[in-house]
Design a protein around this ligand. Structure first.
Ligand code: MTE
Ligand code: CO
Length: 424
């Protein structure tokens, strides 16, 4: 694995490479050439066809094929001092569509994974409410108004290592602190209405049941608008890594607010100014001031194929593929460039287009073996255009860790190997 490799290269803009071409014809030519020699994959009876395979339920919980065992979450060892307060990354380069498989969702824990017995788990709502309540999991599952929603969750620190230049070699590591999951749960508004928020209630404190007892202040307006208390992801119970048995879903807002192992929500009249909203999750600007409460994740995109862990293997027709998301509004358009942003073309956005959620984009292109500088830029329905890294630094300086949504560049070399680079 080439994870964690330090690379920092700057490239001038290259000439646009003639991309359009006889894609289908080239594909047909390739398969015709292949058929000239006998192909044992066709002429021989394969091992798996010589006898019976495993019967039903010999694999009671289905797992991916053994040939997919390289498709896993990975961490970057030098990044954190311990694995309990650390992060693993989603293998974006190996996935397709918009749903992140549960077992591949990146993890970010401050005190490791809490393995909670749901029978012993409670959700308390207290503070400025008419009725303080304690709910069991069963209470929540019987609560009227259950809904399902598909949302991305991006850690504010995603791409945080890239502020000072190209650093990590793979979109798993540069962009993999994000996942997109189908949740089932109760709108938080319904629970708050059940408790009766007092007229002076303005803020919530959400608290986790892990050893970190992680807490974040959340404005009441957001809670009433679209937050969920969720117990299911992708159709089954939340995974322990993702907060089993309960997590807060805060659509479009930074991942840190999506408190896992959720055990308490307190209603107050002002924010609490806890660790995660003062010393952490603030953005230090060049002039020494810090931005605070920068909750929304701005429009961002990345090309996953090709990328350093998924180099270009074939000359001729290829399909570029990637993901775009915005916490502000729906993704309206994604542009891609093969020449470092000199020429752009509109990518094909696939269904479903939900918001705030991943959208999957594709762009077909012919590769003649010349060097490419591959980029993508997302545009959302507010008209916001994903900035270049240079533009972003003009406003934000280089002291930040969080909220780096600058345009990513991959250099594809003539041999197909692909690297994380930055262009000036
Ligand atoms: N909630 C608790 N209780 N403890 C945590 O460590 N990490 C937060 C958030 N919720 C955390 C938590 C951070 S920083 C992020 S980015 C998301 O959970 C990560 O969610 P995931 O592990 O499902 O990817
Ligand atoms: Co985070």
């Amino acid at each position: 694995m080439d994870n964690g490799t330090t690379r920092s290269q700057r490239f001038g803009r290259r000439r646009f490479l003639g991309a359009a071409g006889a894609g289908t014809a080239a594909l047909l030519a390739a398969s015709a050439a292949r058929s000239a020699t006998p192909d044992p994959a066709i002429t021989e009876v394969q091992d798996w066809a010589r006898g019976l395979g495993d019967g039903v339920a010999t694999r009671p919980y289905g797992m991916p094929s053994e040939f997919e065992k390289h498709v896993v979450r990975r961490d970057v060892e030098w990044l954190t001092a311990s694995r309990q307060s650390s992060v693993s990354f989603t293998p974006l380069h190996s996935l397709d569509g918009v749903i992140t498989p549960s077992g591949l969702c990146f993890e970010r824990h401050h005190a490791g994974i809490a393995d909670i017995d749901p029978a012993k788990h409670r959700l308390m709502i207290n503070g400025l409410v008419d009725r303080q309540m304690v709910y069991t999991l069963d209470d929540l599952k019987r609560f009227p108004g259950r809904v399902g929603r598909i949302h991305f969750l991006e850690c504010a620190a995603n791409t945080g290592m890239e502020w000072r230049g190209a650093q990590l070699n793979g979109c798993q590591f540069t962009h993999g602190m994000v996942h997109n999951v189908a949740y089932t749960g109760i709108p938080l508004r319904m629970l708050l209405d059940h408790c009766g928020v007092r007229t002076n209630g303005r803020w919530l404190l959400a608290e986790g049941g892990d050893a970190a007892a992680m807490t974040r202040s959340l404005p009441l307006d957001k809670a009433m608008k679209d937050c969920l208390v969720a117990w299911a992801m992708n159709g089954e119970a939340l995974r322990p890594e993702q907060g089993y048995p309960l997590r807060l879903v805060v659509p479009g807002w930074e991942g840190n607010m999506w408190v896992k192992w959720l055990r308490r929500i307190e209603v107050g009249d002002q924010p609490w100014h806890h660790r995660e909203e003062t010393s952490k999750y603030t953005d230090l600007l060049a002039d020494g001031r810090a931005r605070r409460f920068t909750w929304i994740m701005d429009a961002k995109s990345v090309v996953a194929n090709p990328s350093p862990q998924a180099p270009l293997r074939h000359r001729g027709p290829n399909v570029l593929s990637g993901l775009a998301w915005s916490g502000r509004d729906a993704i309206r358009r994604v542009d891609v460039s093969l020449d470092g942003g000199r020429n752009w073309r509109t990518a094909r956005i696939d269904e479903p287009v939900l918001s705030p959620s991943f959208v999957r984009f594709y762009a077909e292109f012919d590769w003649n073996g010349s060097e490419l500088l591959v980029q993508s830029r997302a545009i959302d329905a507010t008209g916001y255009v994903q900035p270049t890294k240079h533009e972003l630094r003009r406003f934000r300086g280089t002291n930040s860790i969080y909220h780096n949504n600058g345009i990513q560049t991959w250099l594809v070399r003539p041999n197909g190997e692909t690297e994380n680079v930055e262009i000036s």
